[in-house]
Design a protein around this ligand. Structure first.
Ligand code: GDP
Length: 348
């Protein structure tokens, strides 16, 4: 669905202060089925799967559906590419790279759009994963996947040396499939952005929304900005203080901090009331553009804990759903949960 046709903005059905509640994002639009089918069909002829991740939120920007489909195809050597490393905290990026490198059949590297020669790095990393392939008889066939807005088109354009697909910061723009040869015996196939059947990690919903991985019609900016500030103030509080010229805010609530940002940034309505919506937009945009400096929202250790909590809650939810008869209009999603087949829901 084109973003212009999206229904009016609505809040996501998850709440702050319930960090491990599930956030059912009940959509599974038609083209998702097509993407899934295309992937399943293509995987048998693929040697390496590159997953493009957002270096600021590697765990949250990994789509569990991709892992599921690759497993169904019998597993594939994987290259995790942490893109937008120019915006991420280098220390945390190093932790994530080590985390992925420790996984069997997996290589990892960090990139950014300004990287002049990503092709050489990508080709070398993929070749190392499949040393028995190469040459014209057995070319290396690589599939590149990633969630919307993670930088797939930008990377493909850089690799291709020309502008081949529309890039923009609004997720969910459908792109046609491309195939590019990075060497005579090495080619890369692109896929349209994979959508989530369901987000089970509460923190991931916030991180994806804050980074631009979820369409802006699907969340409430104030809620997302509060979650973002809560997260960022823990490790990077000084950056916020410097950016907005704030006094010590260690005793302030997250709402108080957002209100302070509103006051400093012209977010006051007539009568002196603070405009939290405006402050939320400023905070989110500043995070996205890197105005707070290089920040990563998660470490591997934290993410693994969130994932364990999210999966435990998801299992409980599924057990409850199975124990009661399905209501009319409900279907089973591929993750096994009961979801609305809501064609009118916003894309991620
Ligand atoms: P796609 O939906 O995955 O194809 O994402 P795009 O390639 O359209 O990129 C989404 C946005 O992220 C665009 O505004 C890009 O300019 C920006 N972007 C992509 N890669 C990088 C990167 O490595 N660093 C930074 N700072 N921005 C990037």
């Amino acid at each position: 669905m084109h973003p212009a046709q999206l229904p009016p903005r609505r809040a996501l059905p998850w709440r702050l202060n319930e960090p491990h509640s599930t956030m059912p994002i009940h959509w599974f639009p038609g083209h998702m089925h097509a993407t899934k089918k295309a992937l399943v069909k293509r995987l048998p002829d693929i040697d390496v799967v590159i997953e493009l991740l957002d270096a600021r939120l590697p765990g949250s920007s990994a789509n569990p559906l991709l892992a599921e489909l690759v497993d169904l195809a019998g597993g594939k050597p994987a290259l995790k590419v942490l893109n937008k490393q120019d915006l991420a905290d280098p220390e945390r990026t190093a932790l994530w790279l080590a985390h992925y490198q420790a996984q069997p059949g997996t290589q990892a590297l960090a990139l950014d759009a300004s990287d002049a020669a990503p092709a050489r790095k990508l080709v070398a990393a993929c070749r190392a994963l499949v040393p028995l392939r190469g040459g014209m008889v057995k070319p290396v066939r690589v599939l590149i996947c990633g969630i919307p807005n993670v930088g797939k088109s930008t990377l493909m354009n850089t690799l291709n040396g020309q502008r081949v697909a529309k890039t923009g910061d609004e997720p969910g723009i459908t792109k046609t499939q491309q195939k590019i040869a990075l060497a005579p015996d090495f080619y890369l196939v692109d896929t349209p952005g994979l959508l989530w059947p369901r987000i089970v990690v509460a923190e991931s919903g916030y991180h994806l929304a804050a980074s631009g991985g979820i369409g802006r019609n699907a969340y409430d900016e104030e809620e997302v900005a509060l979650a973002l500030l809560a997260r960022v103030r823990e490790a990077y509080g000084e950056r916020l203080r410097a950016r907005y010229k704030l006094d010590d805010f260690s005793a302030a609530t997250d709402e108080g901090l957002l209100a302070d940002i509103a006051r400093k940034r012209g977010g006051l309505r007539a009568g002196g009331q603070v405009n939290l919506q405006k402050a939320a937009e400023i905070a989110i945009n500043d995070f996205r553009s890197g105005a707070w400096g290089r920040i990563s929202l998660e470490t591997p250790q934290e993410f693994m804990q969130w994932l364990a909590c999210g999966e435990a809650l998801e299992s409980e939810r599924q057990a409850k759903a199975l124990a009661r008869p399905l209501r009319r209009g409900k279907t089973i999603t591929p993750m096994g949960g009961a979801g609305d087949m809501d064609e009118g829901a916003p894309p991620v």
